[in-house]
Design a protein around this ligand. Sequence first.
Ligand code: FAD
Length: 444
Amino acid sequence: MGDTDALNIPKSSLSRIVIVGGGFGGIALAKALKGKEMQVVLLDKNNYHTFQPLLYQVSTGGLEPDSIAYPLRKVLQGYPDVYFRLAEVREVIPGSKLIRTDIGDLGYDYLVIGTGSETNFFGNNEIEKNSMGMKSIPQSLNLRSLILENFEQALLTDNLRERDALMNFVIVGGGPTGVELAGALAEIKKGILPKDYPDLDTRKAQINLIQSGNRILAEMSEQASKKAEDFLENLGVEVWKDCRVTGYDGKTVRTKTDLVFEAATMVWAAGVKAVSIQGLNAKELLAPGNRMKVNEFNQVLDHEAIFAIGDAACMFSEDAPQGHPMVAQPAIQQGRHLGENLVRLLKKKPMKPFVYKDKGSMATVGRNKAVVDLKHYRFQGIFAWFVWMFVHLFFLIGFRDRMVVFVNWVYNYIRFDREARLIIRPYKRDYSQFKDCKDSKSES
Ligand SMILES: Cc1cc2nc3c(=O)[nH]c(=O)nc-3n(C[C@H](O)[C@H](O)[C@H](O)COP(=O)(O)OP(=O)(O)OC[C@H]3O[C@@H](n4cnc5c(N)ncnc54)[C@H](O)[C@@H]3O)c2cc1C
């Protein structure tokens, strides 16, 4: 390594492993390298880890953001060989073994990219500009504010069509994120809105879930899809299948069919793509969804000293011809496995290929309603819901977050409530475009 010691990282005779991203994969790797005689530098653009599976509960007032975020410095307490820096990585220069960040350059012996993924709008700028994403805590807080602001705004108008549009929620994407959000909104409509807005006919609020394929939860079993759809319909969610959304101007959701929706809120949960980093974004390095092609050791194609894990990586194998699913387990397992392989590499021993252990998948639709697919066993309903809660509590980082989430869930369950429905950071929405809604409907 050169004489680089930017970002005030002490010079050391130990090999320097730079991990970009304190997500599921990055944290698992940093922990696996504890006491292994390496200098580990963890970089993240946020000073906290986000537990993304529960973002929808922040968006719907079930949890405060600090119960699903955890300070990275706290994660790393007791890891004296790991240096954390709050930095956004902008570019990698593999020839010089150097990365460019917003706070300076840093050299590495081995680099690990664990930068996760971002929302994929598939090049549709109009949808990107006007819809809401739910990939980070700030985005979830924006959505929470917008949902609440829409109801406050609906109270102010006599124009029934405008009011309906303000209370119409369109969620695009029938994967776990879309399903869980739709279920939570339906529960709010049933249990909270009538009490919060007694002077508004909240029965008119609509929750539409749109899926381009012929079933929701397409990655799960048909049994799980069918049951989840039944759960949603019982909760009053309209599920539209084989329906592709083509545009949204902030007021009208257009689809490939003649179906249109007038809605003040469209949430885009229809796809993700890996975060791409300059220097590692050549076409030949990338698989579909911008994921970096890696070999069985998570090594990036043609770059011996660079590895990618989790959502950022695409490892083709017999078991996973399209790469592993972009969920937490592959990221965690790859992080741990790469930790062992880096130790072997530095000891000049051969690395071991990664083998994914699929632990199954699950999604919740609401109170007492979840679907679980395990390798040899599938179940739905209240037991599945308890399993879903237990697994999510178990994987949350930190005792405090687990306790806070648990207490909130018990409270919400007993009280049929979600008390974090606060507009702390108002979302600036231009409502003027709804003013010209022709008041063609009558309330009768
Ligand atoms: C709403 C939602 C619900 C989900 N639900 C589930 C679920 O129920 N079950 C499940 O298993 N998975 C779920 N997932 C997917 C799961 O969260 C991801 O697969 C997982 O987080 C991937 O882990 P990772 O380590 O690859 O990346 P992440 O956990 O996304 O971490 C990436 C980290 O990199 C940092 N970063 C990104 N770019 C840079 C940069 N340029 N410089 C510095 N730092 C950077 C980010 O700040 C972040 O901390 C969900 C995802 C979302 C969005």
